[in-house]
Design a protein around this ligand. Structure first.
Ligand SMILES: [Zn+2]
Length: 308
């Protein structure tokens, strides 16, 4: 038993984080590869299978036994059938990834949604591990969330739960990629913050983290853009808290790296909005960009425990 490991892959739009993980969650070996999404979904799928098989070989060479595999992908994921249904940045259309990985490696496999498994990892191994009710929110190009209770992330009836980024916080506001206007991610995602600053200042190429730095340095325009984003985020979080009553909100993704520059004003803004709600703790994610890969490993380990 002590020689068991699972093969875990977190497939992103540009890169894949891959690891061999022991049942206690410790990492035996980790590696990163480019996703090569531009070559199309068939090439990406072949790449995933080769990397997974390579990791299994590596495990055996190290005297370990690969007992299961877990893969996390972005987009719409049907976790019950193990299908990567749709993804804008990788191009998946109904790819039966779980079956393909399981057939190639000859072990049970699991397929999960990147943000949901990342939330699971933060809830079980990271910043949320002392709490039963965890809301993980990843703020990057978009905003997506995972509601995790007792270590299990809820996918919803159609695999689309947790889309906090599409809570409308500014009716009639900026257009969102989903087709609506004024969604939280159209106002408060990293890309929205950068875009808003560029729009108002006319200075090209300014990113959200530049805005945070400029605001910290006392620049008025940056301060007002950042405050707008934090206020919008608090509005979205208030709705999320009304629905989920989280004990802790764990913020991950690129924008969470701004740390207290986000957390401190956000706590104040949420507290000011709260009526009947209970204030959750609001903290930064602990696992960084390895959360998805660790979550994929947890999914793989869960397949071994599930009675089948
Ligand atoms: Zn939207």
């Amino acid at each position: 038993m002590s020689n068991d490991v699972v093969v875990a892959l977190d497939v992103g739009g540009t890169g894949m984080k891959c690891a061999l993980v022991r049942p206690d969650g410790t990492v035996h070996h980790a590696e990163r590869h480019p996703t090569l999404a531009a070559r199309g979904p068939e090439a990406v799928t072949a790449n995933i299978l080769d990397i997974a098989a390579g990791l299994a070989d590596r495990a055996r060479a190290d005297g370990l036994t690969p007992v299961a595999a877990g893969v996390a992908v972005p987009g719409v994921v049907d976790e019950e059938t193990g299908t990567a249904v749709w993804s804008s940045n990788v191009g998946f259309r109904d790819v039966p990834l779980r079956a393909l990985v399981s057939d190639r490696l000859g072990v049970p496999a699991a397929l999960g949604h990147d943000v949901r498994v990342g939330g699971m990892a933060e809830a079980r191994l990271g910043a949320g591990r002392a709490e039963r009710h965890v809301l993980f929110i990843a703020i990057g190009t978009g905003i997506a969330a995972a509601h995790v209770v007792d270590g299990k992330a809820f996918a919803g009836a159609h695999g689309a739960a947790g889309e906090v980024g599409h809570v409308i916080v500014r009716p009639g506001g900026p257009p969102c990629g989903c087709g609506a206007r004024g969604c939280l991610e159209s106002v408060a995602s990293a890309s929205a913050v950068g875009r808003r600053y560029v729009e108002l200042s006319g200075v090209p190429g300014v990113t959200a983290s530049d805005v945070v730095a400029r605001a910290a340095a006392g620049e008025e325009l940056a301060k007002s853009v950042w405050t707008e984003a934090v206020e919008a985020f608090a509005d979205g979080l208030l709705t999320a808290q009304a629905l989920y009553d989280a004990g802790i909100v764990v913020l991950g993704g690129g924008l969470a790296e701004s740390g207290e520059a986000l957390l401190a004003p956000l706590r104040i803004a949420l507290d000011a909005r709260i009526t009947f709600h209970r204030m959750p703790r609001i903290v930064r994610a602990a696992l960084g960009d390895t959360a998805g890969c660790l979550g994929a490993a947890l999914l793989a380990l869960d397949t071994l425990e599930a009675p089948s």
